[in-house]
Write a protein that binds this ligand. Structure first.
Ligand code: ZN
Length: 243
């Protein structure tokens, strides 16, 4: 079984299409939330994800606010502006589909579980070893995949904890041994690790090998759409620098 792992698409259709093209064939896609917010194509991204066969999808914080399940109080002014625009733009059908997405964590199989922020709270960011340690106490599978920070990272726990990341370069591979792993495969639509390329993951259950991969996409078109939609220019600029 080959899983494609995508998170934090953020209404960036160009990054999503480049990722799907680069991923090749897969058996199941795991979508870790934040389909919308920041980018200019929330409806097109939702429709593309809805059409994917064999998908397991959980919601992110931007999906909740975009679907008006939660207020914008926790958002900074940029995120707030973008999500208000998103809510006003979404078709009623896409908005109710978004509102119905389940919260994580979700157990996928004997090896894998997924969450948006952390396995103990979908909205919490896992940044450091202290956060990771808390996640290891509640995760139910050897491999827990998370998103939300937009920064690839990997932690290994076998009684002692090791930070293996952040994974850099064209790819990062790890093979599951007897230890447990907490891995962020990065953001498709708004990377924040200084690398502008879309980030995603692939996990092969037979070989137990997880790869974090990067693919360039048409940043200029995504930026032009953001500016054309009247969204803040800084949301376009940050895509070029991966911040
Ligand atoms: Zn996000």
């Amino acid at each position: 079984m080959k899983y494609l792992i995508i998170s934090d698409i953020h209404a960036n259709l160009e990054a999503l299409e480049a990722t799907l093209a680069a991923a090749g064939a897969w058996d199941r896609v795991l979508v870790l939330g934040d389909l919308v917010g920041y980018g200019a194509n929330p409806d097109a991204v939702i429709e593309r994800v809805r059409a994917l066969p064999a998908a397991t999808i959980i919601r992110g914080n931007h999906d909740k606010v975009g679907a008006q399940l939660e207020s914008v109080d926790s958002f900074n002014h940029l995120a707030r502006y973008a999500i208000a625009w998103t809510s006003a733009t979404l078709t009623p059908d896409n908005k109710s589909w978004l509102a119905a997405l389940p919260a994580g964590p979700a157990v996928i199989d004997d090896l894998v579980e997924i969450c948006h922020g952390a396995p103990f709270d979908e909205d919490v960011y896992i940044f450091d070893e202290l956060d990771a340690r808390r996640a290891f106490t509640v995760m139910q599978r050897p491999l827990c995949l998370y998103g939300h920070t937009h920064v690839p990272a990997a932690f290994r726990f076998d009684g002692d904890m090791t930070a293996l990341g952040p994974p850099r370069g064209p790819r990062f591979d790890l093979t599951l041994d007897g230890a447990r792993y907490l891995v962020n495969c990065g953001a498709v639509g708004q990377p924040r690790d200084g690398d502008s390329r879309a980030a995603f993951g692939v996990f092969e259950t037979d070989s137990r090998t997880l790869s974090v991969l990067r693919v360039p996409y048409d940043v200029a078109t995504a930026q032009a759409k953001i500016i054309g939609a009247g969204l803040p220019e800084v949301l376009a600029q940050r895509l070029a620098i991966g911040r």
